[in-house]
Each structure stands twice: as C-alpha cells, then as structure tokens.
Design a protein around this ligand. Structure first.
Ligand SMILES: C[S@@+](CC[C@H](N)C(=O)[O-])C[C@H]1O[C@@H](n2cnc3c(N)ncnc32)[C@H](O)[C@@H]1O
Length: 264
C-alpha cells in the first residue's frame, strides 16, 4: 500500500483547490454526465463527489482514507475497499462513474489502461464517466515562474504550487510517473526554509504540513498531457472529450475527461 495514501487523511483539511475539486467541478459533472437519477461509482472517496447520483458506491484501496473521508454509508451510498484495476462490480452494471485526479494516482501507463478498461467493463452501453484530470500544459511552465508568482503573493493556495510544480517537472514516457518526494525536493529548492514563501502568501505555519508527507515517499503519481489521456481513453471508449472544469486557479490544467460509448 502507498505510504503516502496511508497517511494523507491526517492532513486532508489543509489540501485546497486545485488539488481538491471546488464546487464548479461538481456542477460540470452533474450537467455533463447527467448524474441525477444515475446508478454510479466514485473512484476514491472524494467527499465533494460523494453525494452525486441516485445511488453511489465509492471504491478506494486504502482503509484509512475511507475511515477518515467517507461521508458514511446509508440506504443509497456506500464505500467499499477495492482496487480500481479490478473493480468489485459486475459487467454493465452502472450508468456513470466519476473520479477526481484518479488517473494521476495510478502509477503507470499499464495501470491507467487497466483502470480505463475496468471503467468500460462496468458501464452500461449508454453509460458515461467524468474524470477530472491533472494534465501537463502544452508548454511546460518554468519553475522560476511559479517561484516568482508565489513570492509576489499571486498564489491563492499552496496546493497550487504543488500542482503547478508537479506538472512542470520532467517525467518520462510512457508512464510519466514521478515520486512525490521529487515534487517536494523541487519545492524545497525553490523556496528554501519557506519563510519568504509563507510571508508572501500570509499562510499559517502549518499550512504546508500536507506536503511534508511527501518527504522520502515512494508513492508515484503520473503527470501526462491531455492528448495522451485522450489517446489512452480512446482505446476503451468511442466517445472521448475534454471539457473545462471551472474557473478556479490552475483550472486550465484540470479539464474533465468525458467518456461515453464504452467499447465492450
Ligand atoms: C490523492 S488521493 C485522493 C485523490 C482524489 N483527488 C480524492 O479526492 O479522493 C488518492 C487516493 O486514491 C486511492 N487509490 C490509488 N490507486 C488506487 C487503486 N488502484 N485502487 C483503489 N484506490 C486507489 C488511494 O488509496 C487514495 O485514497
């Protein structure tokens, strides 16, 4: 089990948009995949998405994340321990699937493809999925630009620095994986003891403690661009589109991947 996911719940409340989905994202998912009345699955236990649909099963491999973040089982929704690469759901049993950043949390190209294949398997013929991506921009942003924005107070949340940095660091095809410890190393290199950073943003001293969990972490996340996400998804879905997910900071790198017409 990932060392990072086993502990992330401890600092969850410190993680803000764009790493967490603001209300815009929930609105887009509702409209685009018509979640009202849908029998759904959620990949992860993202609280912001947990009330979508007529019924919903949330699937996560980490019992601590379920214990800490799940909104609670009731007659129409429940969380189960399970693997997105082997979904504990029958073929063609769902109308919709949603997920937030989940294709960055699986650790290789092979795992992303397997996850997409599983999504196609469990969706009914008219079923649809909406997955918010963290996608590398067409032109990589230099780390110096992130540093300059942060030190001049132009960054709203530390999560923005984390995401922008992760999407700027080099990562090799075909996996585009990066240890989360490397993201922390880059941030350390940019901001040293972080005194100037914290003063510029006016953040409290513990605001960055969620990324201290990245130190020495072996957990890998994948940071690929939109075109590769679309190409991978197109192997399992005939209808693949990207739509904007809102107007919050760094939303331009967080489109929603809409998947329809699963290839069974
Ligand atoms: C970054 S965290 C949460 C990300 C997401 N934005 C959210 O709001 O839930 C990633 C989560 O994905 C889960 N996860 C990663 N790979 C998984 C897999 N193959 N099967 C099930 N859960 C997985 C981890 O257990 C962890 O709870």
């Amino acid at each position: 089990m990932s060392d990072l996911w086993a502990n992330l719940f401890r600092t969850w409340d410190l993680i803000k948009a764009p790493l967490r989905p603001p209300p815009d994202v929930v609105g887009v998912l509702k409209r685009q995949i018509d979640t009202d009345g849908a029998e759904m699955a959620l990949l992860g236990v993202t609280p912001e998405l947990a009330r979508l649909g007529k019924s919903l099963v949330a699937i996560d491999a980490n019992p601590h994340m379920i214990g800490a973040l799940w909104i609670g089982d009731d007659a129409t929704r429940k969380a189960v321990l399970g693997n997105w690469l082997d979904l504990p759901l029958p073929d063609k049993s769902l109308d919709a699937i949603v997920g937030d950043g989940c294709l960055s949390a699986v650790t290789s190209e092979a795992q992303r493809l397997r996850c997409l294949e599983e999504m196609a398997r469990v969706l009914r013929p008219g079923g649809r999925a909406g997955i918010r991506l963290f996608a590398r921009p067409a032109r990589s942003e230099p780390l110096d630009a992130i540093r300059a924005d942060a030190l001049s107070g132009r960054v709203m949340a530390l999560a923005e620095i984390v995401l922008r940095s992760a999407l700027s660091l080099p990562a090799a095809a075909p996996d585009y994986g990066l240890k989360m410890s490397a993201v922390l190393d880059a941030i350390d290199e940019m901001f040293g003891d972080r005194k100037d950073l914290m003063a510029a943003g006016g953040w409290p001293p513990d605001a960055f403690s969620f990324i201290e969990l990245y130190r020495g972490s072996e957990t890998i996340c994948c940071w690929l661009n939109e075109a590769i996400h679309v190409a991978e998804a197109s192997r399992y879905f005939a209808d693949v589109r990207l739509v904007p997910s809102g107007s919050y900071p760094v939303a331009d790198r967080c489109p929603i991947l809409l998947l329809g017409s699963p290839r069974h």
